[in-house]
Design a protein around this ligand. Structure first.
Ligand SMILES: [Ca+2]
Length: 206
């Protein structure tokens, strides 16, 4: 059971982030690509777009692409909070090609239903093939009342997690890594055969 009152407002980064009073473990889903360390520490709200840029060299040298079987997203829902209340649980889950300068071309756009602190999976049948640099982008309703993405305690070097609203021209880095993850197989290893390699980026240094 989740604690109800675990939000502590912070002045660190403005008015669209809250730090959880008690971090929440969000692991155990066997993702092959993730920048987060498996623990939700921050909430990011009132933002229409939230995104993670995946750079496969961070996970496996020589990987030239990925065959994505599913993407995974974690959110926080608290009906007692004005900002974090959901009018709708629906969000758009998009996959784009693109490197550090930003998303380039959309590969897929799916609709999904968010839940509170449980993995939301978007499955791809057949799997999506993406290049060595790609983005997962979620689009939420513009104002209050949409799923609230969660982040871990600190952004991985890059950075890799960003947000943006429609009136902005640039993606802004987030203070932590979104719990946005990829399930599938890396491509380009061992004479271009598919390699099923499990690498947990966030587990390094533990
Ligand atoms: Ca992190």
């Amino acid at each position: 059971m989740m604690p109800i009152l675990m939000l502590v407002s912070t002045l660190l980064t403005g008015e669209s982030e809250f730090q959880l009073e008690a971090p929440v473990q969000c692991g155990g889903t066997d993702a092959i690509l993730q920048y987060d360390d498996g623990t939700a520490q921050w909430l990011s709200y009132d933002r229409q777009f939230s995104a993670t840029w995946f750079h496969l060299e961070d996970f496996q040298a020589g990987a030239t692409g990925c065959q994505i079987q599913a993407t995974e997203y974690w959110f926080y829902h608290h009906v007692g909070s004005y900002h974090l209340y959901w009018d709708t649980s629906i969000f758009a889950a998009q996959v784009w090609s693109g490197g550090p300068s930003g998303p380039d071309e959309m590969i897929d756009c799916s609709s999904a239903t968010a839940v509170n602190f449980a993995p939301v999976f978007v499955d791809y049948i057949p799997p999506l093939q993406v290049p060595a640099d790609f983005w997962l982008i979620t689009r939420h309703s513009l104002w209050n009342g949409s799923p609230t993405p969660v982040m871990d305690i600190e952004a991985a070097p890059g950075p890799h997690s960003f947000w943006r609203n429609p009136d902005m021209t640039e993606w802004e880095p987030l203070i932590g890594d979104l719990l946005y993850r990829v399930h599938g197989n890396l491509l380009g290893l061992e004479e271009d055969t598919w390699g099923a390699i499990k690498v947990l980026f966030g587990a390094r240094g533990r």
